[in-house]
Write a protein that binds this ligand. Structure first.
Ligand code: FE2
Length: 170
Protein backbone atom coordinates (compact mmCIF):
# COMPACT_ATOMS: atom_id res chain seq x y z
CA UNK A 1 0.00 0.00 0.00
CA UNK A 2 2.79 2.36 1.01
CA UNK A 3 4.66 1.62 -2.18
CA UNK A 4 1.56 2.27 -4.31
CA UNK A 5 1.03 5.61 -2.61
CA UNK A 6 4.67 6.56 -3.06
CA UNK A 7 4.49 5.63 -6.73
CA UNK A 8 1.32 7.68 -7.11
CA UNK A 9 3.12 10.68 -5.64
CA UNK A 10 6.07 10.17 -7.96
CA UNK A 11 3.74 9.88 -10.95
CA UNK A 12 1.87 13.05 -9.92
CA UNK A 13 5.19 14.81 -9.50
CA UNK A 14 6.26 13.82 -13.00
CA UNK A 15 2.98 15.04 -14.50
CA UNK A 16 3.22 18.37 -12.66
CA UNK A 17 6.87 18.69 -13.62
CA UNK A 18 6.03 18.21 -17.27
CA UNK A 19 3.15 20.69 -17.08
CA UNK A 20 5.48 23.28 -15.57
CA UNK A 21 8.07 22.66 -18.26
CA UNK A 22 5.46 23.02 -21.01
CA UNK A 23 5.23 26.71 -20.05
CA UNK A 24 8.96 27.29 -20.37
CA UNK A 25 11.93 26.56 -22.60
CA UNK A 26 11.47 25.43 -26.17
CA UNK A 27 7.77 24.78 -25.78
CA UNK A 28 6.21 27.61 -27.80
CA UNK A 29 3.89 26.80 -30.64
CA UNK A 30 4.53 28.43 -34.01
CA UNK A 31 1.97 31.25 -33.47
CA UNK A 32 3.59 32.31 -30.20
CA UNK A 33 7.12 32.01 -31.54
CA UNK A 34 6.31 33.99 -34.70
CA UNK A 35 4.59 36.67 -32.61
CA UNK A 36 7.47 37.05 -30.17
CA UNK A 37 10.03 37.36 -32.98
CA UNK A 38 8.00 39.89 -34.95
CA UNK A 39 7.13 41.91 -31.84
CA UNK A 40 10.83 42.09 -30.98
CA UNK A 41 11.73 43.23 -34.49
CA UNK A 42 9.01 45.89 -34.52
CA UNK A 43 9.99 47.04 -31.05
CA UNK A 44 13.61 47.49 -32.06
CA UNK A 45 12.57 49.35 -35.24
CA UNK A 46 10.38 51.66 -33.14
CA UNK A 47 13.34 52.60 -30.96
CA UNK A 48 15.67 53.20 -33.94
CA UNK A 49 13.11 55.35 -35.76
CA UNK A 50 12.32 57.32 -32.60
CA UNK A 51 16.01 57.89 -31.85
CA UNK A 52 16.21 59.56 -35.26
CA UNK A 53 13.12 61.57 -34.27
CA UNK A 54 14.78 62.87 -31.10
CA UNK A 55 17.62 64.25 -33.21
CA UNK A 56 15.58 65.59 -36.13
CA UNK A 57 12.12 66.64 -34.86
CA UNK A 58 11.27 70.27 -35.55
CA UNK A 59 8.37 70.61 -33.13
CA UNK A 60 8.79 70.23 -29.38
CA UNK A 61 5.68 68.01 -29.08
CA UNK A 62 7.01 65.69 -31.82
CA UNK A 63 10.37 65.48 -30.08
CA UNK A 64 8.48 64.68 -26.87
CA UNK A 65 6.72 61.78 -28.58
CA UNK A 66 10.05 60.48 -29.92
CA UNK A 67 11.52 60.58 -26.40
CA UNK A 68 8.50 58.79 -24.94
CA UNK A 69 8.70 56.09 -27.66
CA UNK A 70 12.39 55.43 -27.00
CA UNK A 71 11.77 55.20 -23.25
CA UNK A 72 8.65 53.00 -23.38
CA UNK A 73 9.74 50.72 -26.23
CA UNK A 74 13.19 50.18 -24.72
CA UNK A 75 11.42 48.99 -21.57
CA UNK A 76 8.99 46.78 -23.53
CA UNK A 77 11.89 45.36 -25.58
CA UNK A 78 13.79 44.46 -22.43
CA UNK A 79 10.73 42.73 -20.94
CA UNK A 80 10.16 40.83 -24.17
CA UNK A 81 13.81 39.75 -24.36
CA UNK A 82 13.62 38.36 -20.82
CA UNK A 83 10.40 36.54 -21.67
CA UNK A 84 11.85 35.14 -24.92
CA UNK A 85 14.95 33.94 -23.11
CA UNK A 86 12.84 32.07 -20.55
CA UNK A 87 11.04 30.36 -23.45
CA UNK A 88 14.27 29.45 -25.23
CA UNK A 89 13.61 31.78 -28.18
CA UNK A 90 16.58 33.51 -29.77
CA UNK A 91 15.65 37.06 -30.78
CA UNK A 92 18.88 38.01 -32.50
CA UNK A 93 18.05 38.85 -36.11
CA UNK A 94 20.30 39.41 -39.08
CA UNK A 95 18.65 42.71 -40.02
CA UNK A 96 15.46 44.63 -40.64
CA UNK A 97 15.32 45.94 -44.25
CA UNK A 98 11.89 47.53 -43.69
CA UNK A 99 13.15 49.65 -40.81
CA UNK A 100 16.35 50.48 -42.74
CA UNK A 101 14.22 51.79 -45.60
CA UNK A 102 11.95 53.83 -43.33
CA UNK A 103 14.98 55.39 -41.65
CA UNK A 104 16.67 56.14 -44.98
CA UNK A 105 13.47 57.90 -46.17
CA UNK A 106 13.14 59.90 -42.95
CA UNK A 107 16.78 60.96 -43.11
CA UNK A 108 16.05 62.77 -46.38
CA UNK A 109 13.38 64.95 -44.72
CA UNK A 110 13.81 67.96 -42.46
CA UNK A 111 11.78 70.55 -40.54
CA UNK A 112 8.00 70.27 -40.67
CA UNK A 113 8.18 67.70 -43.48
CA UNK A 114 10.23 65.46 -41.23
CA UNK A 115 7.71 65.81 -38.41
CA UNK A 116 4.84 64.84 -40.69
CA UNK A 117 6.66 61.87 -42.20
CA UNK A 118 7.90 60.77 -38.78
CA UNK A 119 4.42 60.86 -37.21
CA UNK A 120 3.00 58.99 -40.20
CA UNK A 121 5.64 56.28 -39.83
CA UNK A 122 4.97 55.99 -36.09
CA UNK A 123 1.24 55.80 -36.71
CA UNK A 124 1.68 52.95 -39.18
CA UNK A 125 4.06 51.08 -36.87
CA UNK A 126 1.70 51.36 -33.92
CA UNK A 127 -1.35 50.29 -35.94
CA UNK A 128 0.55 47.19 -37.12
CA UNK A 129 1.79 46.47 -33.60
CA UNK A 130 -1.67 46.83 -32.04
CA UNK A 131 -3.21 44.44 -34.56
CA UNK A 132 -0.41 41.88 -34.01
CA UNK A 133 -0.84 42.17 -30.22
CA UNK A 134 -4.62 41.86 -30.47
CA UNK A 135 -4.26 38.69 -32.58
CA UNK A 136 -1.83 37.18 -30.09
CA UNK A 137 -4.13 38.08 -27.21
CA UNK A 138 -6.90 36.19 -28.99
CA UNK A 139 -5.07 33.30 -30.69
CA UNK A 140 -1.86 32.87 -28.65
CA UNK A 141 -1.41 29.81 -26.45
CA UNK A 142 1.34 30.69 -23.98
CA UNK A 143 -0.22 32.25 -20.88
CA UNK A 144 2.85 34.31 -19.93
CA UNK A 145 3.19 35.82 -23.39
CA UNK A 146 -0.52 36.59 -23.47
CA UNK A 147 -0.30 38.23 -20.04
CA UNK A 148 2.57 40.42 -21.26
CA UNK A 149 0.62 41.31 -24.41
CA UNK A 150 -2.47 42.31 -22.42
CA UNK A 151 -0.37 44.33 -19.97
CA UNK A 152 1.45 46.15 -22.81
CA UNK A 153 -1.51 46.88 -25.10
CA UNK A 154 -2.80 49.93 -23.16
CA UNK A 155 0.65 51.58 -23.39
CA UNK A 156 0.83 51.04 -27.15
CA UNK A 157 -2.79 52.16 -27.67
CA UNK A 158 -1.97 55.26 -25.61
CA UNK A 159 0.97 55.96 -27.91
CA UNK A 160 -1.26 55.76 -30.98
CA UNK A 161 -3.76 58.21 -29.44
CA UNK A 162 -0.90 60.57 -28.57
CA UNK A 163 0.52 60.30 -32.12
CA UNK A 164 -2.89 60.90 -33.73
CA UNK A 165 -3.55 63.89 -31.44
CA UNK A 166 -0.25 65.47 -32.40
CA UNK A 167 -0.84 64.79 -36.11
CA UNK A 168 -4.07 66.79 -35.97
CA UNK A 169 -2.14 69.93 -35.18
CA UNK A 170 0.25 69.45 -38.11
FE1 FE2 B 1 5.12 53.65 -29.13
Amino acid sequence: MKTTLALAFIAAGLVLGNAARAETKGSLNSTDEKFIKEAAMHGKAEVRISQLGIGKADDKAVKGIAEQMVKDHTMLNTELETLAKSKGVDLSVAGDPKADKAIANLEKESGKDFDKAFLKELQKGHKDTISAFESESKDGKDSEIKAWVDKSLPTIRGHLDHIKGTMKGK
